[in-house]
Design a protein around this ligand. Sequence first.
Ligand code: ADP
Ligand code: MG
Length: 695
Amino acid sequence: MENVAYVQELENFFNDVYRKRLEELAEFYPDKRSLEVDFSDIEKFNPELADELLDNPDVVLKASKEAIANLGITNVKGDLVVPNIRVVNLPEDRKKLIRDLTSVYLNKLVAVEGVITKITDVRPKLHVAEFQCKHCGRIYKIPQDEELYGKVTTPSNCACGRRDFKLIPEHSIFIDMQKMQIQEPLEALVRGEQAKNIDVWLEDDLTGRLFPGDKIEIVGVLRLIPPKKKDVAVYGVYLQAISVQKKEREFEEIEITPEEEEQIKELARDPEIYTKLVKSIAPSIYGYEKVKEAIALQLFGGTKNKVFPDGTRVRPDIHILLIGDPGTAKSQLLYYVYKLAPKAVFVGGKSSTGAGLTATAERDEFGEGGWTLKAGALVLASGGHAMIDEFDKMSPEDRDNIHEAMEQQRVSIAKAGIVTQFKTETSILAAANPKYGRFDPYSPPAEQFNIPPTILSRFDLIFPIKDILDPARDKRMAEHILSAHQVAGVMRNKTKGIMSEEELQKRVEEITPAIEPEFLRKYIAYARKYINPILTDEAIEKIKEYYAELRALGKQQNTVPITARQLEALVRLAEASARARLGDRVLLEDAERAIALHEAMMREIGVDRKTGKLDWDIIAVGQPKSKMDKVRTLLHVIKDLQKNYDMVTKDQIVEDADKYGIDKDEVDELLEILKKNGDIYSPRTGLYKVAEENE
Ligand code: ADP
Ligand code: MG
């Protein structure tokens, strides 16, 4: 078809099918200046024209504007209505993954789905440039070619024969533009594949309404980015957005057939379901049954979207932290769960990219010196899981943001005029190694791991993983690991004769997930989507009893063994336990399962090793209550002494502390804590003063 023929045909199309919508748009034009055009409407009207739109979008979209202008529709002020054409709903064969955007699609219309990882400020871009010849003063208006990636098109030679122009910005026309990067949605990836990304340019009224973390479908034209250096033949690509639609961010990507749904329901009825779940998590890793059970529950999570009548939202996501000795398969476990979870990101300590865990606003090359907002791992994985290895090594910015990200499940950014919030409805499975070699059960985690108590206490469960020398266990574990290696070798080489068929069968079974991972992903996704269990009175009674008992014990022994925050953790775990068997009621057994996990954790890290008492302050405050009581006592001692002396000597402190049963060695340790907390300071060695705000 000729261009003229397009215009005529498009005029008919818009007049017949979109006239009413154009007239409605005219009322608000130019505040509203985009017309959404459903591809299938064009296809019904004229299939040939529709094909042309797919393969020659530049020509057809330009002709469309001409066609609409020819209709002569005007707004109240009498301006001609010529909106942006936003094509939506491309045919299936043009819906692509980012990785499939090869050169075949250059300058063609494609649709891709993605999550925004970063986005720049909205900035003006030259649309029609006015140039003046520096010699004769002639003026040239040059429309800027859409296809050029930020390059300015200048006039060719001037009528006076020279070629030396000056751009006049005041007389040029600019439009808003914004650049972003999108990444393939995590739930569309299979088993821990690396997500691919692409740059996208937004113009005019598409700008200013999107944020990192948003999931979108874009219809756009694939274009080339010229190489920065001359004589380089390899180009980059970007998408020029024609339309953008926001998408829900859930698990809808995972397709479940009716047959699979039947299988899912059948598995849920299996009385061995919990054992099977545990045996489906990293079976090649020996032991850690409690940890694996906790992780299984975490994958399901608590009941979603619970909101109290006063508007308070309750976090359904379970956070788990593994702390402990190096070389105990923590990283391996995290990586396994990452591949298993229906939607997950893996962040490996230092290797984590610029945006880190939460979100940042920074000036960088991507924004060409302007501000770029970037979504971190917890934002990108919102609705799913984040595995964070070397959690103790997070950036100072993340350290500030992570409290809000874990509890309120959002990150707020207020920087350089940017004020925005991101959702982080993500459950965290984190691992950390101790600062000094090995984990010491006798000192509080906050002292050994570079994680403050305020962050530690936001985890629902914390598991210390100790590499204990235990001959019997060591032997079994060595057998397990070595057997796994042998079996893998036999299977690789298909060797016969090393062991009997039955033996091989038995050993393969030991290290094979009880539930096939692909199917388990679907099972989890199904449960998370459709099942939201409610607490029964029996479950409530059980949890209440456990809580009350621990609180009473605390009152009796002067510690705080459990806090209300952990009450919520117990509810989440119990809900997850019900969900794991697709139960819509949280039963007594679910409450018991949650309590058992909590008890196991308390036995491991919630015991003050000096007094043998259960004490959650070890985590929440960073020191057992017994010690904090002494810290406070010692501060009193120093304050008392300061009434008579300007500075206090260590000997004076030791002498007075003795009256309260605090011995010399302890004084040293307590003085360190007081100094670290900023309660006292030491103007000279051996001399102490109370910090002013404490006087
Ligand atoms: P971490 O992150 O705790 O420092 P890694 O995950 O890097 O440890 O594990 C170190 C190695 O030790 C891995 O190759 C892992 O397979 C092995 N390993 C340690 N503990 C176990 C275990 N319980 N079962 C199987 N392999 C183990
Ligand atoms: Mg590790």
